[in-house]
Design a protein around this ligand. Sequence first.
Ligand code: PLP
Length: 416
Amino acid sequence: MLHVVMQFVADQRKTPTLRNSILKLSEKMQRLHTETAFEVLARAEVLRGENKPVINLGIGQPDFKTPPHVVEAAVQALRDGHHGYTPAPGILPLREAVAADILKYRRVSVHPDEILVVPGGKVVLFFAILMFGESGAEILYPIPSFPIYQSMIEFSGARPVPIPLLEKNNFAFSADEVLNLVTEKTTLIIINSPANPTGGTVPKSEINKLVAGLQEFPHVAILSDEIYSRICYDQEHTTLLAYPEIRDRLILLDGWSKTYAMTGWRLGYSVWPRELVEPAQRLAINCHSCVNTPAQFGAIAALEGPQDFVDEMNQAFLMRRDYLVKALNSIQSVSCTLPNGAFYAFPNVSQLGSTAEQIQNELLNDYYVATVAGTSFGMYGEGYLRFSYAASLDDLNVAVERLQEYCKKTALRTNN
Ligand code: PLP
């Protein structure tokens, strides 16, 4: 089935534009982009279909199954007849469970009425950017970053203003730099920590400084994408929700996809400032009415049930991170900073002398290792590859061996 879906994605990419058609696609559709990770996945599936020994480190999802008690809760909900629509923001017991979870892990009290459950964290980005993006507006967002940020900002008509995340700063932003980019046209700032694709986290001191500086700019809303909040290794997660000074303009994004290995369930949640709750719900009603009802029951079980699964998965990620980063650093001409969160390593491969995209393609087509070129995450991604270590240690080991092989061949090629 995955193969069919991925082939569809690949075919869509090949589909000619509507240039020769009498159908008139809106101009803004030209500004909406996609995620290269899905293209890599499609190509990897094609190669797998040809019986090639593909190792897939391209896709950003846990390689674990959703815990059985969560699956059971959703199945039971179906058996119990929960087949209808629910209120747009989600059933109350679920929003209460989200509020309790936020209190437990973020030590912040949130009212269930401020919570909107959505079909995937992505929807929060969509809604927030639609709310604040329009022609003449500027939206600040990190680069390299989740490609949907830039795509949606451009789609909205706003001007995307990149916040560079550089390796020399461990892929964290400097608060001063962010504040320097704010103008009277800035409507929204997007923050993502722990981050995709770098695994970087922003130190608490920089977040303190940013929040203090934002007091000068009360017209700016903040979207904190904390989808990897529970996957933090060496230092505790800092949530923007814990700053009462910006609570009246902070939108929080989190969800079940990464924490509970539930990417395919399409479940996310958001916390909105009081005055944005109604517009957010209006968007939800126009868009999807409500989230899949049995999935909402599964989501309660995930939050209220045992958390050992999360701890075990994170232990596995930590072991793999340490293994992968050490192995990457042992390869001549590759270097990798230690990511503090998520399940991505973002090694510097600039010394290999090819573009990130060329390396991505050669590694996939000739060595059957799927990674994603840093440039898929924006301009500052040139010279880097994203490795998702949501894969077994054995797979990581083989992938590193093949990368070593590739680097040796590349060195020979450049020396000749
Ligand atoms: N934000 C970031 C930074 C992500 O990496 C992802 C998914 O990869 C999302 C949001 C979207 O998550 P979801 O699958 O819940 O829509």
